[in-house]
Design a protein around this ligand. Structure first.
Ligand SMILES: C[S@@+](CC[C@H](N)C(=O)[O-])C[C@H]1O[C@@H](n2cnc3c(N)ncnc32)[C@H](O)[C@@H]1O
Length: 315
């Protein structure tokens, strides 16, 4: 993104000082940004707006949105208790057992938390992610942990750069709701997965009721603009069935979210407490929107429905 802003600033014959004045962002921050250093999301938005770069349209390119959002999150991502959950990863590992001698794809690997856990059991894990900074973080953690069998690969789930029948198992945790085209990703997974290979998807799902699902997705999109859509279980099952995966095994459970931790993970600043107040209103007055919204002792909590789906690829 910063390369594009340098290009536009130069086309408009603006100096960094002039851009600082127009955008209200300090020259020091603009300089950092143009050197590829991470700056706050708000400052970046102001710079883009000052340069007349259509922020929304720019971000609407789904992959750009994801890269932008997760580049921002990479450094502290794994500190979140919602990510750093050994138990849920164990559940995933048990589902795919035995991993020994298996070549695994972790699609949308983030900082590689799941990849590293699985690498203890598998022959090798390819950790694919669209965000450069997530991939860098995996490389750093690989070095720190002296890991040789986690292979970071920058890539897009819609267009995988692997040959057909390359993997024994594909796992993907908390990534499907970021994808613009789940069906295309499933086709790619099918292609790179061997015959009788396993696919294990873990993701958040919405209520089956349209209006509740819409609101759940809206709240989440405010917090993290890179989200495409949480699917209903039925929508996810339908897409999987259409790609001819078989033996569907499903586990469903709920996970509690505390509002302040939930927004922190996406680095979202709830200015004016807009999102907080909206959700608090529903928590107090209902309906609970299929999220078990609760406001108690000044604390706003809710529960997200999670699903683990395991299927077998039959070609
Ligand atoms: C919520 S994170 C989950 C990370 C990891 N799977 C975990 O459970 O800790 C979603 C990840 O998907 C990645 N992602 C989003 N769109 C992608 C795409 N089209 N192809 C590959 N990765 C993508 C993001 O960069 C991000 O790291």
């Amino acid at each position: 993104m910063y390369e594009k802003t340098i290009q536009v600033r130069k086309e408009k014959k603006l100096t960094q000082k002039e851009l600082a004045k127009m955008s209200g962002v300090s020259i020091k921050t603009i300089n950092r940004y143009e050197n590829g250093i991470k700056i706050s999301f708000d400052s970046e938005k102001k710079i883009l707006e000052a340069l007349d770069i259509d922020f929304i349209n720019y971000c609407n390119i789904n992959n750009e949105r994801n890269k932008m959002s997760f580049d921002k999150q990479a450094e502290e991502y794994e500190e979140s208790k919602y990510i750093n959950q050994k138990n849920s990863v164990l559940q995933l590992i048990n589902k795919g057992y035995p991993y020994k001698e298996k070549r695994v794809l972790d699609l949308g690997a983030g900082t590689g938390f799941v990849s590293r856990e699985i690498s203890k059991f598998a022959k090798e894990v390819y950790a694919v992610d669209i965000s450069d900074l997530m991939i860098k973080k995996i490389e750093i953690l690989n070095q720190e942990n002296n890991l040789k069998n986690v292979i970071p690969v920058k890539g897009d789930a819609h267009n995988l750069k692997f040959e057909d029948n390359f993997f024994d198992t594909v796992i993907t945790r908390l990534t499907f709701h970021h994808l613009k085209d789940v069906k295309k990703a499933l086709k790619e997974i099918k292609r790179v997965l061997k015959n009788f290979g396993e696919l294990i998807i873990v993701d958040i799902i919405t209520s089956e009721k349209d209006d509740e699902a819409e609101l759940q997705n809206s709240f989440d999109k405010i917090r993290d603009f890179s989200h495409n859509k949480f699917l209903k279980l039925n929508e996810l099952k339908k897409s999987i069935k259409e790609e001819n995966f078989y033996n569907v095994e499903i586990d469903i459970w709920k996970e509690e979210r505390v509002f302040k931790d939930w927004i922190k993970l996406a680095k979202y600043k709830d200015e004016g407490e807009v999102l907080f107040n909206l959700m608090k209103y529903f928590a107090i007055n209902g309906p609970k929107l299929g999220l078990d919204l609760e406001y108690k002792d000044l604390k706003l909590t809710f529960k997200q429905k999670m699903v683990l789906i395991k299927v077998i690829n039959i070609k």
